[in-house]
Design a protein around this ligand. Structure first.
Ligand code: FAD
Length: 399
């Protein structure tokens, strides 16, 4: 039976490991982090991501971990409401926040019930083994060498597997990073969990109630070029000064609950080629996604479904290495159109945000003419959301 190594137990790596071991394929999953207490970039699942979990037979698992649905999306410009759209926006279920540590833990526990699954946490992959011009395994940071018929790099945007294979990543120009805050929840978000985006005086942030009880999450956009001295700042006052009165009061009243921000660097791009003999990149390792409109986890889960469709039949049949390598290019060919389109849509959304942030005339015209324009802007925004919520291509688990 073929031996697979998956590098990285993020959303891509854990979901793929589970689907492969369920089909009797031997998988070793290697994760650099010791535990699940690391920082996860986002927890928003769109209807397409929820559908992917359902297809994987994992819906029941969501009942035992903290989740919270979004009730809507609202935009406030210079203190004035521009428009609001309620979930689920024509889909069968709303965008839902899913706590990532328990989700990953549950996926790994489920994989551990199958023979042939080995999980190695707390050890990083630092190099690749080669044999006959093909990747033949990995070298771990503790010196161990593990061999495999196929290595899958699911090690995220700064993938070492990608780097060691020499697969190129074409990056989009980097404009923004994100400061991620958590603070005490306000009852308003508990009752009506709106993803509220506030644009005011060249500053932008989004705020919503996360999956875990009692915590608001706040993503504040900073320039990647001009450094922000974010450690010394009175954030409660800054957020309050940008917010409508009810929210400003919450920031001031709960200033002491605002946790120190974590800077999350944003890398966006795509590898022209995701594979080489003996190796396949998936998820952010192949195509790091922007945070705009919560795409990356959803796209990663859909990568996993397509990879499973191609890999299970050949790996279960103990295929030759040549046949495995042929399947790798088929996986990229099937997934690439959705990735290209999703990244284009994210770029368009980000460009609209940047226009609003940087152009005070546009902001004041929008506010002035909001009663006339808001319906047109809302409809145009809604039209752009469909593909990012429901997925762009047909993705069905066939095995
Ligand atoms: C600020 C921000 C917010 C976001 N919010 C959302 C959101 O709400 N919804 C959404 O769908 N997407 C969101 N995204 C995108 C999303 O985070 C990524 O697209 C997604 O995490 C990709 O999953 P992955 O499993 O491919 O990579 P990752 O989640 O990055 O997982 C990679 C794993 O590999 C491990 N690893 C790395 N190197 C090694 C090594 N050498 N050896 C062993 N293990 C290694 C890492 O520790 C990690 O566990 C956001 C992105 C950003 C920047």
């Amino acid at each position: 039976m073929a031996q697979i190594i998956i590098v990285g137990a993020g959303r891509t790596g854990t979901a793929l490991a589970l689907l492969l071991v369920k089909h009797g394929i031997n998988v070793t999953l290697i994760e650099a982090a010791k535990d699940f207490n690391r920082v996860f970039r986002g927890e928003g699942l769109m209807p397409s991501g929820l559908d992917a979990l359902t297809q994987m037979g994992l819906s029941a698992l969501l009942e035992d971990i903290p989740t919270r649905k979004l009730d809507g999306w609202e935009f406030i410009i210079n203190g004035k409401p521009l428009f609001r759209v309620d979930e689920p926006m024509g889909a069968s279920r709303p965008c839902t926040l899913v706590s990532q540590p328990p989700l990953l833990k549950a996926l790994i526990s489920e994989a551990q019930t199958h023979d042939g699954f080995v999980f190695i946490p707390g050890v990083a992959v630092k190099d690749l083994l080669r044999s006959d011009n093909r990747v033949a395994g990995v070298v771990l940071s503790d010196g161990r060498q593990l061999t495999a018929d196929l290595v899958i790099g699911a090690d995220g945007r700064n993938s070492i597997v990608r780097e060691r294979t020499g697969l190129k990543l074409i990056k989009q120009p980097k404009n923004i990073d994100i400061l991620w805050f958590k603070l005490a929840a306000s009852p308003q978000f508990v009752d009506d969990n709106v993803f509220l985006t506030i644009v005011n005086s060249e500053r932008v942030f989004s705020i919503f109630h996360g999956a875990e009880s009692g915590k608001l999450h706040l993503a504040y956009v900073i320039s990647a070029i001009e450094p922000t001295d974010y450690k010394q700042t009175n954030w409660a006052e800054i957020f309050a000064s940008l917010s409508p009165a009810w929210l400003a009061e919450h920031f001031r009243h709960h200033a002491d609950t605002i946790e120190s921000p974590i800077k999350l660097s944003v890398v966006v791009g795509r590898c022209p080629q995701w594979h080489a003999p003996g190796i396949l990149l998936l998820g952010d390792a192949a195509h790091p996604m922007s945070p705009v409109r919560a795409q990356g986890i959803n796209i990663a889960l859909r990568d996993v479904i397509v990879a499973t469709n191609y890999l299970v039949p050949i790996l279960s049949a103990d295929a030759e290495h040549q046949q495995i390598d042929l399947a790798l290019s088929q996986i990229q060919t099937e997934r690439e159109p959705e990735i290209i389109r999703a990244q284009q849509l994210q770029l368009q959304e980000a460009a609209q945000g940047e226009l609003l942030r940087k152009n005070s005339l546009v902001r004041s015209l929008l506010v002035q003419f909001a009663p006339l324009l808001s319906k047109i802007i809302k409809n145009s925004w809604l039209r752009r959301q469909h593909e990012m919520r429901q997925g762009i291509t047909q993705v069905n688990l066939k095995v």
